[in-house]
Design a protein around this ligand. Structure first.
Ligand SMILES: [Zn+2]
Length: 73
C-alpha cells in the first residue's frame, strides 16, 4: 500500500520535516522534486512518499504529483 502524505501549506510542512528530524536539511534546500528537480521549499512542497526506503518529494506541478502517485511501491 502506498503511503502518500499530503501536506498542508504553512507551519504544518515545517512540523512534518521537524518530526523526521529533517527540518535543517529542508531549510538548506537539500530536497528536490523527484521529477523536475526543483528545490522543495515550504512554498512549492506538495507531497512526499516513501519509496524504496527513501523519501520522494513532489513540488506543486500537476505532472510531478501524478508521477509521484504512479511510483511503484
Ligand atoms: Zn516538480
Amino acid at each position: 500500500m502506498k503511503e502518500i502524505v499530503q501536506a498542508v501549506l504553512g507551519t504544518e510542512v515545517l512540523s512534518f520535516f521537524e518530526s523526521l528530524n529533517l527540518l535543517q536539511a529542508f531549510e538548506r534546500g537539500e530536497f528536490a522534486c523527484h521529477k523536475c528537480g526543483d528545490v522543495i521549499t515550504a512554498e512549492n512542497f506538495r507531497a512526499v512518499t516513501r519509496h524504496h526506503g527513501g523519501l520522494k518529494f513532489s513540488c506543486d506541478k500537476n505532472e510531478c504529483l501524478s508521477s509521484l502517485a504512479a511510483l511503484e511501491p
